[in-house]
Write a protein that binds this ligand. Structure first.
Ligand SMILES: [Zn+2]
Ligand SMILES: [Zn+2]
Length: 342
């Protein structure tokens, strides 16, 4: 099968032929239909410290995808050939405290598809049945491939009660825009999106964000103070993983507000806890992945409601062999989702 693999500890990837993988008794063999590029894939492509410290080569990468089931492991009873599925990236052990208490997505022995085990930038992939989500017939493979990042936006907003609230989201990449759309759908008074590229701010506005701020052009804290008439925001969602942004972001939060941290910072962060959290009595939430399967049910219901159309968040489509055009574009951090049609 055709596959995009990482087999060298240098920048780039290798489009090559692999033999069809064999599945275990609890797995599905799936024919991949659409796979999206995630920030993690960019790290792997670039082979930066994040990737070098986690990944054993060779690796078939890619983990945000939707596919058709073509073979079912002999212990799998809830899927059959022909089922359309989307992949949950977090592979839980099924036995630990977290797995036993509804927190499989933060399993103590969790593996990540396309990071710790082979992923899906290929014609076929092995998907543990425990990570397969049956797609509603009305959801396309392409949208199915983006349900994983969409779910992060859904999960992030689910920590708060956005109805009637002033919401600010730092970062207008796909997850940031999804979070903004969910806040709007949930009845926020208004949603502010912050980014540094015009393309992403334009996309946020197109998708319904009320106010967009370019952090390169304005002082965000001052601007938010003007917009909120000195009140501050009720809910801050941080998706940039940029250390400098964090202190600015929390400056905009009113006392007693919620701050949801999703973006991954490289290394420890200096944060003025006394002024930003303790004196403010801010509620701080860490969010990773999606609750299995609560977030997926909510995400699917939002898509089926007809009240939000996430398809324009996909801004570029490529064939897998054109990966050397797709990845540099992804590195520019100025696009929406980039999807490979496979
Ligand atoms: Zn991802
Ligand atoms: Zn576990």
């Amino acid at each position: 099968m055709k596959a995009l693999i990482k087999d060298n500890p240098t920048k780039g990837a290798n489009f090559t032929d692999l033999t069809l993988p064999k599945i275990g008794e609890n797995d599905l063999l799936v024919r991949v239909q659409a796979a999206a590029i995630c920030g993690t894939d960019i790290h792997i492509y670039q082979w930066n410290e994040y990737a070098a410290s986690r990944i054993k080569l060779p690796l078939l990468f890619g983990h945000e995808y939707a596919a058709e089931v073509v073979e079912v492991g002999r212990s799998v009873t809830n899927f059959k050939k022909g089922d359309r599925v989307a992949a949950e990236t977090h592979v839980p052990c099924g036995h630990c405290y977290q797995c036993a208490t509804g927190l499989q997505h933060i399993c103590k022995d969790m593996k990540i598809l396309g990071v710790h085990m082979d992923g899906a930038f290929a014609e076929y992939a092995v998907l543990p049945a425990v990570c397969a989500w049956k797609l509603d017939p009305s959801i396309s493979y392409e949208i199915g491939a983006t349900m994983e990042p969409f779910g992060i936006g859904v999960h992030a907003m689910s920590k708060t009660k956005p109805a009637g609230k002033k919401v600010i989201v730092f970062g207008c990449g796909p997850i940031g825009i999804y979070a903004q759309m969910v806040a709007k759908l949930s009845g926020a008074e208004y949603v502010i999106g912050v980014d540094v590229t015009k393309e992403r701010l334009d996309l946020a506005r197109k998708m319904g964000t009320d106010i967009v701020l370019n952090a390169k052009e304005v002082n965000v804290a001052e601007e938010v103070s003007k917009i909120t008439k000195g009140f501050g925001t009720d809910i801050v969602v941080e998706l940039t993983g940029n250390k400098a942004v964090l202190n600015d972001a929390t400056k905009t939060l009113r006392r007693g507000g919620d701050i949801v941290l999703v973006g991954l910072f490289s290394g420890p962060v200096e944060w003025d806890l006394v002024n930003n959290v303790i004196y403010k009595e801010a509620n701080v939430y860490g969010v990773t992945g999606r609750i299995m399967w609560d977030t997926w049910w909510t995400a699917q219901s939002m898509l089926l409601s007809g009240k939000m159309d996430v398809s324009p968040v996909i801004t570029h489509r490529f064939n897998l062999q054109d990966y050397d055009k797709a990845f540099p574009l992804a590195e520019s951090a100025s696009t929406g989702k980039i999807v490979f049609k496979i």
